[in-house]
Design a protein around this ligand. Sequence first.
Ligand code: IDP
Length: 137
Amino acid sequence: MERTLSIIKPDAVAKGVIGKILDRFESNGLKIAATRKIQLSRAEAEAFYAVHSERPFFNDLVDFMISGPVVVSVLEGENAMQKNRDLMGATNPKEAEVGTIRADFAQNIDANAVHGSDSVENAAIEIAFFFSEREIS
Ligand code: IDP
């Protein structure tokens, strides 16, 4: 069993598609081992995306991630990290395959509906950023 971190971003929360996105996970063999709706602080968003701090889009990304509440979840299942990435689709929704979460629910590369850990190593770090072990079942 593998775990990965998912974030339903502020655009998708504002659109009212939390349930539809969580259903994609559950319908495709991923269990929701933990989930929570939260408002990120600027410091939290900057820390979470620290790997992108030198990128030109960093400030816009942080502003966007704190523009409204998000839903953070731990997904669990076989190949959970890659399975979630496949369900999400490409970073730019214009390039995302038909039937993926980003193709169906995202507007553009800034407001692209979901985040998913991009490696098993990063998943462990990102899960620990939001959840204690006793919150995950
Ligand atoms: P990912 O979310 O598909 O893993 P990353 O390359 O890790 O994509 O980028 C993190 C987030 O930063 C993206 O989801 C997107 O919201 C934003 N982002 C990435 N590249 C760009 C860009 O070129 N312009 C604006 N935002 C971007």
